[in-house]
Design a protein. Structure first.
Length: 403
């Protein structure tokens, strides 16, 4: 394998994101928008800011949405080459798929489904050895826990039942072509993750360092994480008004309003808030800080949106109340719909979560008719129809009709 001076990066963007259902029905996890930008766009921009221009992007599930969005990468001042992981068998298998596209012996590897900034990548890039980027987590048992002695990793334990150490693997790696000597054996043993391969390399004597990547790194695992990730992304915005704000509408603080958006009279918007392009808001709508409204969204008169995410082309009817909720692409909520927030116990697959404050998770393409209540912690699958005056709790499967 030849060498070249410029470092390359492999971005792993093939996975579906099953734990983010119902928001990954028509798009991969990496294309879910945070502050109206796909997650993987943060990765691409961070790489460009560090000076890494050559990106190999491993795609798979709904790959067309990724490839059509980024093209050859020219709009981001990078060069993107795509390789396809036909079966999503794990991160090590995905990296192996990219092997023949790599021109350098040393390269960066990143998960495409984490929010990162260039400041998170620099400590790993500057390291002089194979390196794992780590950060601290309050829920380390949900991740790969990194055990270390001094500056070296001694093991990576995936999702341990109990985790006394708080350092977790962020999926940011500086690797060399040496890893390809170990991946096939690990795959034969049914170990498909990069962390598994690195643990095997450590056992055979390879020295692997760890570096803290800082607090900007953020993971989005479950549907309700979308709310928190958007709120976090809003902390860095500046006020920018490009749409039309009618008289007697009040815009307070750091608010972004996109082109061709109309804010009708009597609206009160308190930042930080992002409202995309082509939206119609109001009259007399209240939107609180921590909210992100996508493109071509309509929020009708006398409605309230608090700390919520409403994706593109959705409609919220008159006198509705949406709190700490996520409304999927193209969903329609009738008049008087309530999505309140409070503490809730959510059963998600075989996991149980006690959430301090959450609203409703409504998948794309839903039609929620007038005066329904979607209870805190409820998950409404994609393309569901709910008749008027219904109270929804628990999980409703994709395509359900509630009469």
């Amino acid at each position: 394998m030849g060498r070249r001076r410029a470092m390359e990066a492999v971005v792993l963007a093939a996975g579906e994101g099953l734990r983010l259902r119902p928001f990954t029905v028509s798009r991969p996890k990496v294309m879910i928008e945070i502050a109206n930008k796909p997650i993987v766009e943060y990765v691409v921009r961070a790489l460009a800011e560090t000076g890494i221009r050559d990106i190999i992007m491993v795609v798979g599930y709904k790959k067309e949405s990724v490839m059509s969005y980024f093209g050859n990468g020219g709009a981001y001042n990078v060069r993107i080459e795509y390789v396809v992981q036909k079966k999503q068998l794990g991160t090590a298998h995905a990296l192996l798929t990219a092997k023949d596209a790599l021109d350098s012996d040393e390269f960066l590897v990143l998960a495409g489904d984490n929010i990162v900034g260039s400041e998170n990548l620099q400590p790993v890039i500057k390291s002089e050895a194979i390196t794992v980027g780590v950060t601290e987590s309050d829920i380390p048992s949900k991740y790969g826990v990194v055990l270390h002695k001094n500056e070296y990793v001694i093991d990576i334990i995936e999702k341990p039942e109990r985790a006394e150490m708080r350092l977790i693997n962020t999926g940011i790696y500086k690797l060399t072509s040496e890893i390809f000597d170990y991946i096939p054996q690990c795959i034969e043993e049914g170990k498909y993750g990069i962390s598994h391969v690195l643990s095997h390399m450590i056992k055979t004597g390879t020295k692997i360092r760890w570096e803290r990547v800082g607090s900007g790194w953020r993971d989005i695992v479950y549907p309700w994480d979308i709310v928190e990730a958007n709120a976090h992304a809003l902390t860095g915005i500046s006020r920018r008004i490009e749409g039309d704000v009618e008289r007697n509408a009040v815009i307070k603080g750091r608010v972004v309003i996109g082109k061709d958006t109309v804010i009708r009279s009597g609206c009160y918007i308190r930042g930080p808030v992002i409202i995309g392009e082509g939206c119609e808001i109001g009259p007399n709508v209240y939107i609180s800080g921590g909210s992100v409204i996508g493109n071509d969204v309509t929020i009708m008169a006398n409605s309230t949106v608090e700390e919520s995410v409403i994706f593109d082309e959705s409609i919220v009817g008159t006198s509705s109340h949406i709190s700490r909720s996520v409304i999927g692409w193209g969903s329609v909520l009738g008049s008087g719909v309530r999505c309140p927030s409070s503490s809730a116990t959510v059963v998600f697959g075989d996991e149980v979560f006690n959430l301090e404050s959450t609203g409703a998770m409504v998948g794309e393409g839903c039609k929620i008719m007038s005066n329904c209540v979607i209870m805190p912690g409820a998950i409404v699958g994609a393309y569901c129809k709910v008749k008027p005056l219904r109270v929804i709790s628990g999980t409703i499967e994709d395509g359900s009709i509630v009469v």
